[in-house]
Every structure is written in C-alpha cells, then in structure tokens.
Design a protein around this ligand. Sequence first.
Ligand code: C5P
Length: 219
Amino acid sequence: LAEGPLSGKHILLTSGPTHEPIDPVRYIANRSSGAQGTALARALMGLGASVTFVTGPALVPPPAGASVVKVETARQMHEAVFAALPADAAVFAAAVADWRVVDASDKKIKKDGSGRIAPLEFTENPDILAEVSKSPQRPGLVIGFAAETNDLIAHAEAKLKRKGCDWIIANDVSPETGIMGGSENAVTILTAAGADALPRMSKDQVAQQLAARIAEALR
Ligand code: C5P
C-alpha cells in the first residue's frame, strides 16, 4: 500500500453495470464500462486508502491491490456492500439497474410459434446508495454519481436530497458526449455548499481530482 493522506482509511467503492437475468442465457444491462470507478479506486489507493471494490460485470479489469468483490445483479451488489461496511467513505460509481425481471425463468425462454412473447414484468431494485445513506452504519462521507442525459444539475440536486448522500458527482452521458464507455469525463461536484463544474478531462484525471477532495474531506 502507498503511504499518503488516506493511509488507514477504508473506502468502499461500487463500480460497473449490473446484469439482471431474464432467463439463464439472457440479461438486461447498461453501457457502463466501469472505467471511472476503476480509475477512482486506483487514485484512492495511490493516496494510501485501502479499497473494497464491489464491481458488476465491467469491461475493464478491476484495480490491482483492491479487495475485489465481483457481483452480477443489483441485489448481490446490495448484499456485498453491506457486508463490506464499516467504511470511512463510500463512493457509488456503479450504474445499478433500477429494475429487474420479477420472475426470471430458470429455463431458456423459447419461441412458441405465436410470433409474440409474453411481456416481462419488472420490479424496482433496492437503492443501495439511499439505503447506505440512511443506515446506522453510514460512513462519514457518502458519494453518489448521477449519470443523466438532460437537466443534469436539476436531476443531480434532487438526487442529493432524495438519496441522503453528501456529494453527487454529476455527469452528462448523452450519446454525443462519448463519455459512457469512453476515456474522458466532464463532471460537476454537487455538495450542500454548491456546484463545482470541472472541465472535461481524462477519467484518470477526474479520479485524481475526486480522490484529492475525498482526502481533504476525511482529514
Ligand atoms: O437514481 P440513479 O440510479 O440515477 O442514482 C445514481 C446513483 O445511485 C449512483 O451513485 C448509483 O451507484 C446509485 N444507485 C444505487 N442503487 C440503485 C440505483 C442507483 O446505489 N439501485
């Protein structure tokens, strides 16, 4: 472990997408690559933190040196996160699926010749960030992300209040930005004190900026 301002601090990080099964061979997912969460884990470890990294099926390999917990679904991520507490800070960079199929089939769904498929019924997944924020084991610093395609700041401000976290890292993931799945990011950090818009930079640089601010906040 590196020595630094975060030495002795345990930071819990979620990253990547989740996969929500439809049947044993099909799932619902999203375009998260896990790149920003992985970069943030590396930056935090670079400042001395010990990191528990709970990751969905990401495209990028998990950070070396972290305590990695691999999960697939939102419910598994929920369980892994609570199992990893207590922590000095928790950062929820994962793009958790908001919904899952109610009764995923245990056999592959087959065409029945009718030309139609029975509609899938969905139910909401647990909101891990909101639950941790309200939990008695709440870390002193809880940070959420808000990936939006429109009305970014308004949605992020509402999220900060609704979820009960301390900071929201808001980013515009409209397709034309190339941010989701890309190597750059442009984030706005929202706290009770206001909004701080960082210029577009590499995900590694965003991670370093965020890690430095986290170290400042935990000092
Ligand atoms: O509500 P929305 O999904 O946009 O909120 C994004 C933030 O909440 C992210 O930090 C994400 O990791 C977290 N989240 C979560 N559990 C969910 C949904 C979102 O932890 N089920």
